[in-house]
Design a protein around this ligand. Structure first.
Ligand SMILES: [Zn+2]
Length: 432
């Protein structure tokens, strides 16, 4: 089956509900099996809520008219061409037909095994589609906009209208002029640009979707709100803010790789890994709010050999500098803390530290005070390196990586929660 083909599926299609994330587990034994995935909002990763056909594509998916072109992530391929077979299947379904048991004997190029054979034969039996000539249907051929207008308007029960030369490129003698006028008059299709219809242009999958929804008066789906657990800040609320994130540990000045703290039960669970995953989860949250984000990540084999102070100095010019770390002690202590330097801390540093601590306490521990280790002062080379060069600088210790309950599988979800708290903390610090 071609990946262009829209699969018809039952109407009880399970949709990803907006804002309907996994329930928050109890803080002491986090259920970390749920992992954020898929589009922030809506069903298809390539149809964001500001896509012109979002409401139509979502509505059709809800009605079971189409399910997309690919899974993981689920996609719709809105800009790819719509085929004649796809149009027949979708329109047959929208018109309430049942796919006929295919005989494979109606069109020479639509064998019984063709995915849309039942629909094409049912549509043909109802007189709603014709072949392309010579006893064939040309199921894989691209549908033109003129064909789309004629097909959809006819299947929706309208007659061709008297051509009125509404479009400069559709003369009254055009074979589809009456259908195009009917489609225009019924609000099913409009032009392609300044007074033209582009009758010979290939119809895209998004256009097919929009036209079917309009022709059958299906209500367009409302815009969903982005999941606040993925995008915690208002779009634009950090506009202009520059943020440098330092992935703690990794390649060092001595030319060796320092994994930071390591979990005693699972040596794959390292602080460096958790630092990196947290920075990567945090970046899109901040960028969605308009911030400019730089990540300093000293992955294995990084060419630079830098001291902690040099790593801190790289943040020069940023409004916010956060060195991301995870704590370790004896395998049973757990909690969150934020550190400022004990000699060069400024009041913005302390304000940022307090905001991040509050944010992470809420997002990681549901505000359970037992895990609140507070804001602390310590001698910290990476922060001293950034002193005087940035607006505010702190080091976060998100949680204890060596705790016996922390497994490799838990790291991504904890990274997401840590990032969520840090993002909210930055939002509070920036007063936006
Ligand atoms: Zn560390």
């Amino acid at each position: 089956m071609s990946r262009l083909n829209v699969l018809l599926i039952v109407s009880s299609l399970a949709l990803i509900a907006c804002g309907d994330g996994p329930a928050e587990p109890a803080p002491t034994t986090p259920d970390l099996s749920e992992k954020a995935s898929g589009p922030a909002c809506g069903t298809f990763a390539d149809v964001p809520r500001d896509h012109w056909a979002y409401g139509a594509i979502e509505a059709g998916a809800e009605q079971g008219l189409w399910s997309g072109c690919a899974e993981s992530p689920r996609r719709f391929c809105p800009d790819e061409g719509a085929s004649r077979a796809m149009a027949a299947a979708i329109l047959g379904s929208a018109a309430g037909l049942e796919p006929a048991p295919a005989t494979g004997e109606v069109f020479s190029d639509v064998p019984r095994s063709h995915w849309a054979a039942g629909w094409i034969e049912a549509m043909h039996r109802e007189g709603l589609v014709a072949g392309c000539g010579g006893g064939r249907f040309c199921p894989s051929d691209a549908l033109t906009r003129a064909q789309l207008a004629a097909l959809v308007t006819g299947v929706a029960g309208h007659d061709p209208a008297t051509p009125r030369a509404a479009f400069a490129d559709v003369p009254q003698t055009h074979w589809a002029a009456g259908w195009i006028e009917a489609a225009r008059a019924h609000g099913i299709m409009s032009g392609c640009a300044s007074g033209r219809f582009c009758p010979d242009a290939k119809a895209t999958r998004a256009q097919l979707a929009a036209v079917v929804i309009a022709a059958f008066n299906i209500e367009r789906a409302p815009l969903c709100e982005p999941d606040p657990n993925e995008f915690p800040l208002e779009p634009g609320s950090l506009a202009g803010l520059t943020i440098a994130l330092d992935v703690g540990h990794g390649y060092t000045a001595s030319g060796s790789f320092d994994p930071g703290a390591v979990n005693g039960r699972d040596r794959n669970v390292t602080e460096y890994l958790a630092n990196q995953e947290t920075a990567r989860a945090l970046r899109p949250m901040l960028e969605a709010a308009g911030a400019r984000v730089t990540i300093f990540d000293y992955a294995r084999g990084t060419p630079e050999r830098m001291t902690l102070r040099q790593k801190g100095a790289r943040a020069r010019g940023n409004d916010v500098f956060i060195s991301i770390h995870h704590n370790a002690f004896n395998g049973s202590v757990q909690g969150t803390e934020v550190l400022v330097d004990n000699t060069v801390a400024t009041s913005p540093d302390r304000r940022l530290a307090g905001a991040l601590q509050r944010g992470m306490m809420d997002s990681i521990w549901d505000g359970d005070g037992r895990y609140d280790r507070g804001v602390k002062s310590q001698a910290l080379g990476v922060l001293r390196g950034a002193a005087g060069l940035v607006g505010a600088k702190v080091l976060v210790e998100c949680y204890f990586i060596d705790h016996r309950d922390i497994s490799r599988g838990a790291v991504p979800e904890l990274a997401r929660r840590s990032a969520l708290g840090i993002a909210r903390g930055i939002g509070a610090y920036a007063g936006r």
